[in-house]
Structures are given as structure tokens and as C-alpha cells.
Design a protein around this ligand. Sequence first.
Ligand code: GLC
Length: 823
Amino acid sequence: MKSLPAIFLCLFAFGVVIHAQDVTSLGKIGPVVSFAKSEDGVTLNCQDKSQVRLTVLAADLIRVRASFTKPIPAKDHSWAIAKESWETPPWRLSETAESIMIFTAEVEVVVHRSPLLIDFRDARTHVVINADEQPMAYDAKGALAAMMFDPKAGMFIAAAKKLGFDEHFYGLGEKATQLDKRRGRFVNWNSDTPGYTEGKDPIYQTIPFYLGLQRGRAYGIFFDNSYRSYFDFGHASQQRAWFGAEGGELNYYFFCGPSIKKILNRYADLTGHMPMPPMWALGNQQSRWSYYPDTMVEEVVRQYRERDLPLDVIHLDIDYMQDYRVFTFDPKRFPNPKGLADKLGKQGVKIVAIVDPGVKYQLPSKNTRPINGARPELEPQDQRYYVFDEGREKNYFQHRKNGDLFIPKVWPGDSVFVDYTLPEARRWWGDLHRAYLDNGVAGIWNDMNEPSDFVDQTGKNQMDVVSYDEGENSTHAKNRNVFALLEARATYEGLERLRPNKRPYVITRAAYAGIQRYSTMWTGDTNSTWDALALNVPMFTTLGLSGEPFVGSDVGGFIGRGNGELLVRAYQISFLAPFCRNHKVIDGYDQEPWRFGKFYEDIIRKYLKLRYELLPFLYTTLEEAHRTGVPLFRPLMLNYQDDPNTYNLDDEFMIGDDLLVAPIVKPDVTARLVYLPKGVWYDYWTNKKYLGGTMIRLDAPLDTVPMFVRAGAIIPLGPQMNYLGERPFDRMTFAIYPDDSGSASTTLYEDDGISPAYQQGAFRRTALEVKRAAGGYVVSVRAPVGHYNPGTRKFSFVIKSAGPNPKVATIADDGRARTVEIK
Ligand code: GLC
């Protein structure tokens, strides 16, 4: 029988105690005995032989790097960082007997020498924004090592910050919990967690970036450490918020706000801006584990078209392959994938194929049949599998420390994983995607990349797997959380090389910070339940606040029994999410939009059609996310940072600055309270005006999701269509919602939607302004910026305040500045 001490020992061994462990008991860095100034910052030398370097990257961005009991190593590498060299802004240093201070135009960093404590203050007000609660800490005596997941990985390190009485916390990427993370504690260790429910942690992704907000003023911290990491926002103690990791460096970036949008902009500069995906990625998508054979795929598309339901993308899940061998097609189920892609292409539908990291472990059998080198993906692979052969020959697969190939079990059974830290292996993997592009596949879906291993999902079975890691030959403890980032990078760069004239489209399940440079994401294997649906909003908005703008989840939920009402309410959120894809587990209930009958199908059609009409608005807002790092799908607090009513509002969201949505996330509910921030709002469906700064009660029968437009906004709408390219954007309607002074404005963004030419200025930005004038309104269409030319088209302007007979004016737009009267 198990004894109590043995049970405790077990808990220790699984790292449970680290959550609750007291960071105050760790060894402390410092005090400072001397320092050296360099061109971009200072290096502090400590009595305990530790070193701390503070680097001024920008007036609002300071890097803190600490090395305990030894000098900071010369090697400095992170897979997350996109921008490594910064132009040092003006800054100055001053010192007193007690402290060393760095001043930039925006932030003052005060380093107290003894004990070594760092404060960040606002340069204008000198108010402390964020301050160490204790010196940076490390497991000096090795006391924690025994409790760590992998004691051999390194030393536990942590930083603790004073917790504000009214401080709110946001970010950390994909977390199955509420918007405001105060009082929460979190672990980052990419994990395959099907059917996760609220509170499950960790799940698939690691984004160790968070925002703190107090009295309307925000700061950001990016703890760039890929080891298993911990964040505690006042859970263990109301004294402090702390973060730590089971190895690596105490290396973090401090972002000075006070505006969250500004911080997100800087975070995107540091870790990379999301490139524009192809516009069709904003189209409606349909998936199932799995549609096969090819005729089944055709039938699903036929149903969509026959039922007048918009669709741009259909997904091929794992059963398109030969026994789950990636980069192959099953010759019986998909004998002519290119032919299928062409047929679907004629109906405006593109194929996205799943690609898992597990490569089937398959030694060539005796008397192997040669594989046709030109078209290996279409050849039978039962005697030899070209991907395994090539990867093994080139030595690109992961090995254990003792030199054995690492053989996890995934869908194909025994498998191997690529060491994506090897540049030539990434290139090889990327080039393998020719097998998909040659066969008409338009985008790639990277799944199972935590990486999932059926032998052991905790990662223990992988602990002695070594990766090249820039010559460091480091182990899984450091590399697990970046595995998906590097796989997505290999995929993205491969697609870019193979098809330089088209924007890559990649979807991933797992991630590390920086993933937005390579991939869009979805929230994995959710449940078909109301609780899971309610998590959509805080999860999408949190991902947006963590640098991942292109998000979505399986519409209707992945696991379990859905129903028409749940599916409709799910579409009433996802029709505005960047990634809108209905997907379902293999043995689940069918869930395509028509599966619960015409009543529900008709409502879903209404929302999918509306999504397509809103594409110019969504695309304009997506481009803002690309350019500024500010996401499309936003929590209200991002737009109303000074309004505490929005700080934990997680059943409403906004698209850009202008559209507010209050979805229904409970069954049998047909009315709800909606909080509208200060200002005037128009009900999207009735144009009725509401004064914000209060809650209102609204009816929300099943066919209606409460939706509001901010007064002062102009929403650009396109023509009705069932897929992108069905018709040109030859008619744009600008829905104008004047504010109290009669004004409204917007800037429409357009480009060719498919090529990377927008990066060279091939876009068009058209600013519009509306003012009240005698007897009506005047619209000023400014001269467009950028050299993309969409040709002549009709612009209609509709004043939405005007009751049943709105004022309308229509012109032919030929790209010249002009004013238009609306009487
Ligand atoms: C994983 C994915 C899911 C997919 C399934 C089969 O569970 O998250 O979306 O359908 O694998 O490939």
C-alpha cells in the first residue's frame, strides 16, 4: 500500500510543488559591486559573481539578462526574436551611492544596488510601473532540482514583481481560462490535451508574454525562455507576481506602455509581424477527420454549392495519406489529387492538407521496388518510404543522447521526428512540400507538433532527445516548446521558396512566441459543449493580446455531441474570427452546417454570407494586425483601456475599432445584457442608436447575435459571394454611422490578396471622411496611397442613421480624390 510520504514524493516528482513553491526561499542575485557602461546599456557585476545586463533597445523597450554566479555567456540566441539589432535611442546614465539609473525618453530604470532590485518608472511622471519584489532568484542549493521535471536540464530561476492591489494581467497565449489572468498560475509545456476544459493547463502552446494593467496604464514582459516555465499572477501570494523556468537564462524584455496597442506594436517588432495570409484564408473552411475518398470531398463541396453556402477551403485530414505517411497520397482513396484539386478549384474551393511531424519509421524491406523519383508521393510506399529513407540517409531525425534514433508512436505507429533546429533539415522538410503543391494543395495544416507522442504525452519519454540547436546539442527540456515554431518555420519557408509568387498559408496547433511570422493557429481539440464555446471569446482575445492575430477554433466543437443551437451560436462568434473552420472528430456526430436541419442551416447561411460581405472590413482590419501587431479580434479593454468595466469582460468582443459583438454562449437564452463603452452605438440590425457607458438588455433570438457599430465608423462591405474570386470587388458599399457631430471616417485597405507584392507597395489605402452638410452629408474620398490598382468600380455610400429610407449616393471610383454629396 502506498504510504503518505510516498504520495508526496510522487507529487514532487511531477513538479506539482513548483506551482506553490515559495520563490522567497531561492538564492538571490547581487548585490551590485561595480558596473560597466556600454553604448547600449550597462552590465552589473555582483558580489556573488553573477552578472546582469540591461540593454536599451528602444525608448520603451529594455532587455534584462541575468546570469547567476557566472558571467553572461557570449552566446545569445533565441528562435523567437525577429529583430536582433536595434538602433540605440538617446539615453543617459546616472548613479548615486544607492542606485544606478537609466533614462530614456519614456522609461526610467532604477537599479538599487543592495539588495539588487530593478524598478521601471514612467519617465514623464516618475511613477513606478513595475518593480522587483525581491532580487532575481535561483535555486542556489539545488533544493528544487529534485522536484523539477528534468533536474538535469538546468537550474530553476525566477523573477518576482510587486503585485499591485488593482493590477490586471493579460496574455500568455493559449490558456483555457478567463481574459484577466489575475490570481491565476500557469505552466508552459506544449501538451496534446484533447477535450480540454476550462482551467486545464498547460495546453498546446507557449507564449511567455504578458501584459500588466493598473490604473489604465499597461506594461509588457516577454520572458524569452523556452524551458518549462511558470507564471503566477498573485496565486501563491498576494504580494507578488512571479515567473520562472526550469533552466536557461533569466532573460526578459520590459515594454513600457502605457498603451497596450503600443506594446503590441513593439512586441511585433521584436518577435515578428504576421505576414498577410492569402485573402482566401478569410473565407469559410470545412473539415472532418476525415473526408475520404476523393468523391466524398467532392460531395461535401457539392452540398455547399447546392445549398448556396459560402466555402473557400476544404481540409484533408490524416486519411488522405498512405497509412499516415506524410508527403504521400493514398492511391486508392486519392488516385488523382491534382485532378481533384482542379475540379474543386473550378468551384472556387482550395485544399489544405494536414502534415504531422511524425514520419513513419520504416526500414526498406528486402527486394525493394525502386520509387519513381519524379512522383514519389503517388507511388506505393509499402516497401520503402522515400521520406524516411531520405531523412535517415541525411541524418535529419532526432536521436537520444546514446545515439539511438528516437522512436515515438504517433498515427503511423513507430515514427521519427525531424530535428528542425538543423537549418538543412528545415530546408529539406520545406522542399518536401513540393509533393503537395504539385498536386494542387494550397495550404498546410501542422498538427500534433507539441510534439505529441502516444507513448507518453508528458514529454518524459523524450527528455534525453538531443537537438543540434546552433551547436549546443541541447535536450528536450529546452527544445520541446520551440519544436512547433521550427516546424512551422520550415513549412512556411518551404512554401515561400517553392511558390514565391504566392503567400504561404500554414495553420498550427502548438507554438512558441514568434509563431505569427510563419503560421496561423487554431485552439485544438475542443469539446462540443456550451462551456467550451464560452471559452472561445477569452481564448481568441487572449491570443490576440499575445501576438497571435490569426486565430479560430473548430466551429461547433471537435469532440462530443453537438446540436443545431450550439452550432448556430458557435458560428455567431466564428463568422468574425480570422480562422472560421467547422471540424469534427472521426467518431463524432456529423456537424456540417446542414446536419441539424433547414432551420439551423438558414441561420448559419445568413452569418456566412455576412462574413463574405464584411470581407473588405475584415481584410482591412487584418492588415492593421499585420502592420501594427494589434489584433483583429479584440477584447473591449484593448480599445477602452481606461474603462475598468472592460477589464474582465469575456463574453463580448470587438472586431477592429468599430464592431462590437455580444454573443450568446448558453443554451436556451434569447436575451442578454450587453455592456457598451462610452460613446454612441448603432444596433447593427436595426440601426437604433444607444448611448454607451452602461449595460443594455437586448433580445437575441437564435437568428440574432447582438452586434453594434461605433458611431463615427464607416464599415466597408463587398458584394455577396460564395467564394473569393466568384466575382470581383467591383462594387463596394460604405455603411456610414455618423457620430453626434455628423462625422465618420475609415481607411480601406486593398491589395491583390494573393501575392507578396503588397510588401513592395502594391496595395491601395483609401481614406474616407464624412461630414454633415446642409441637407445631408459630404463624403471626401482622399487620393489613394500605394500602387495597387483595382480598376474602376462602383462606390455606394449609405447613411445608416436615416431610418427605413437611408440616404444613398453612388459613384464610379477610378482612384481619384473627390467629394460626393449625399442628400
Ligand atoms: C488531432 C487534431 C485534430 C485532427 C486529428 C486527426 O486530434 O487536433 O484536429 O482531426 O488529430 O488528424
